[in-house]
Design a protein around this ligand. Structure first.
Ligand code: GLN
Length: 436
């Protein structure tokens, strides 16, 4: 366990000092009480932790302390990890730039002119900067892989359902997946393995009996069948250096004895539109609970209803999405938008299933551009572009990882994405290990 070992040589106080002296704003809260530097890990501010504040980077929950541990936290404690604190993120995990956090933005480790990406931007920054060895993230539409790529680290989104979502705040329930960001590949696989457990509190959770993400990690790649999403590389807006790096990656695999097969799922060109119809709708339903009575703050001394007061604690981005999402599922439109989108989602799933009868894994870029410039104006348009290659794995529920591969001429990190069939995380780690 490379990085965990390195960090265990430091005292807990030394690690805390590193975090406190850094200007990157990657943490929302820190636990001063643990005093153990063994297997130090940070968690995204989205997993409920008993007697500890969990805010989802929202004013709405800025005073919320959980009365129980999420399954993620339970598993980490059970396996002897020291949870050092909660990392910054986009508010309620909605965003691709970490600029919507109530606690302020996080910049990329590469340059202050660029954002860390999102929504797990704090986790990505803290790991890439070497403040901590490993952090958790959640990936609903790329929120682990995109910031991992932008900061030059590993970001694994496992199979949907592998890790229980119990106690992890819901954004869009049929997409939300918990995963890991790290500098070391072995650490990454190890934590995924420790988090995967059967949990009756999450009905979508399932772990096959023989699941072991490390089982083929040192086997090399000879004989593997590798698919390449050629059409994605030809799309407008894909940076030349990213295209080049992805092709070199595939070439390297070919030279090492892999069979390369060109594949295509044309319907993935609608991924972003499907994501809006489905994920925003689910989000609007999930975030209903923040009404100032069941959950969320409401200042009853203020004029207006409790509900109105509560809702004013949401940031602009969240409000906008809840309005769009509600529109998508109101009784007049539910079939046109949500129903239709589910059908297309199924067609895309069928296509991927078919492809996985002929290939072991798929290679694609993680993001189309070398970075996202900080600043309000860039936010939406660039962010939408930036998610188009990561969303398909969420639509289908398959595991996908971004691995750091090269740097651009200017020194920006370039990530390559490896996808595999459900519960074939071991193939992703096997390929990544070989290419490391
Ligand atoms: N960037 C996407 C969004 O804005 C994905 C978020 C996520 O994966 N949590 O919704």
């Amino acid at each position: 366990m490379n990085d965990f070992n390195k960090f265990s040589e430091l005292t807990y106080q030394e690690i805390l000092n590193k975090i406190n002296n850094d200007q990157g704003n990657s943490f929302i809260s820190i636990d001063q009480t643990i005093q153990d530097s063994k297997k130090v890990i940070a968690i995204k501010d989205i997993h409920a932790q008993k007697d500890f504040i969990t805010t989802n980077a929202s004013k709405m929950l800025s005073n919320y302390t959980s009365i129980y541990d999420s399954t993620v936290v339970k598993q980490l404690k059970k396996h002897g990890y020291s949870i050092i604190g909660h990392t910054n993120m986009d508010e309620f995990a909605m965003g691709s730039t970490n600029q919507s956090s109530f606690y302020g933005p996080v910049k990329s480790v590469y340059s202050d002119d660029y954002v860390s990406g999102g929504s797990s931007g704090g986790s990505a920054y803290a790991v890439a900067k070497g403040l901590i060895p490993v952090a958790t993230g959640t990936d609903t539409g790329g929120s682990i892989r995109q910031p991992a790529a932008l900061n030059g680290i590993y970001g694994m989104k496992p199979t949907y359902g592998l890790i229980s979502r119990y106690g992890t705040f819901s954004l869009s329930s049929s997409f939300d997946t918990i995963g890991i960001l790290s500098n070391s590949l072995n650490d990454n696989a190890q934590v995924i393995n420790d988090l995967a457990c059967n949990d009756s509190y999450d009905q979508t959770n399932y772990v096959p009996e023989d699941f072991n993400p490390l089982k083929t990690i040192n086997q090399g790649v000879k004989g593997l069948k590798v698919g390449i999403m050629r059409s994605w590389l030809e799309e407008d807006g894909v940076d030349k250096e990213i295209k080049q790096a992805t092709l070199e990656y595939v070439e390297e695999l070919k030279k090492s004895g892999c069979e390369i097969i060109e594949i295509d799922v044309p319907l993935t060109s609608y991924s972003f539109e499907l994501y809006i119809a489905l994920a925003y709708a689910e989000a609007s339903s999930n975030l209903n609970r923040y009404d100032g009575i069941k959950f969320g703050m409401s200042d009853i001394k203020q004029e207006g209803s409790i509900y109105e007061n509560a809702r004013s604690n949401f940031g602009t981005n969240v409000k906008k999405r809840l309005i769009i999402g509600t529109y998508m599922i109101n009784s007049e439109h539910a079939q046109t938008f949500y129903g239709h989108a589910q059908k297309i989602r199924q067609l895309i799933t069928n296509d991927f299933n078919k492809i996985f009868t002929t290939v072991d894994c798929i290679i694609a870029p993680t993001v189309p551009t070398l970075g996202i410039l900080a600043g309000e104006k860039m936010q939406e348009q660039t962010a939408y572009l930036s998610d188009k290659f990561v969303i398909p794995a969420n639509l289908v529920g398959i595991p996908a990882m971004s691995m750091p591969y090269k740097t651009s001429i200017k020194g920006q990190p370039i990530g390559v994405q490896i996808m595999a069939n459900k519960y074939n995380e071991h193939i992703i780690y096997q390929v990544a290990k070989f290419m490391e």
